[in-house]
Design a protein around this ligand. Structure first.
Ligand code: SF4
Length: 225
């Protein structure tokens, strides 16, 4: 029988061990999808790690939306750095290269959110994160994505661990939605008046959200994969 891992407990164990061994301050290259999702993650782990946020999201449609999200990410980091309650947080903005997303999504345009297209989308972003974490000599890499109830933490950790092997840089096992992480991210978003988008990021998720809104009128949602 397959053992069900608790990634949140694994993270807490690692953090406790770091405290015991007085190892705080290791360098973490943290992929972030948006300011709201990163709000709780940064609050939670910035006292343990020197974090560089990596904003790399070629999946986002359209460019105006991308610019809006990245601006909010920078604004949040500035606000956190002004608080001085943990290590200062840096940010690296990756290239906005939507064609790379469309290439991996080809043939999977009709997948509902949470399906195969999303797994490839996770990998696209995590692979670039792992590459740069390796190149920059970071101790760990990770992503904020697992905070969303719509994101598959098992899959994210599976991909992260595979890339950790490939790039020889440690993956930080995590499931940030646990311990009320998602709820806290909503509170922090309100506190910092962050822009919260109502769709995941790609044009297909935007269309899916539109259909969900319309469902209230028609009673039916059609998705295919
Ligand atoms: S729904 Fe979100 S995770 Fe899935 S492919 Fe679109 S942007 Fe990526």
């Amino acid at each position: 029988m397959e053992t069900v891992r608790n990634f949140q407990k694994e993270l807490d164990k690692l953090l406790d061990g770091m405290v015991e061994r007085q190892e705080a301050g290791k360098r973490l290259f943290l992929h972030s999808c948006c300011a709201p999702c990163s709000s709780y993650v940064l609050e939670y782990i910035r006292t343990y790690f020197r974090i560089t946020v990596f904003y790399y999201n070629p999946n986002i449609s359209f460019e105006t939306e991308y610019q809006k999200r990245v601006a909010e990410q920078k604004r949040l980091i500035n606000a956190y750095n002004a608080q001085e309650t943990g290590y200062p947080i840096d940010i690296v903005e990756g290239d906005y290269e939507p064609q790379r997303f469309y290439d991996i999504a080809k043939g999977l345009e009709g997948c509902p959110e949470g399906g195969e297209r999303c797994f490839l989308c996770y990998e696209l972003r995590l692979r670039r994160t792992a590459e740069l974490a390796k190149a920059g000599g970071y101790d760990y890499f990770c992503t904020t994505l697992s905070i969303s109830p719509l994101k598959n933490a098992k899959k994210l950790n599976e991909i992260g661990e595979r890339l950790a092997e490939e790039y020889q840089v440690s993956w930080l096992a995590s499931d940030f939605k646990k311990k009320n992480g998602y709820k806290r991210s909503i509170e922090l978003s309100t506190q910092h008046q962050l822009y919260r988008q109502d769709y995941c990021g790609c044009v297909y998720s935007k269309e899916e959200r539109e259909r969900t809104k319309q469902k209230n009128d028609t009673g039916v949602i059609k998705t295919e994969c």
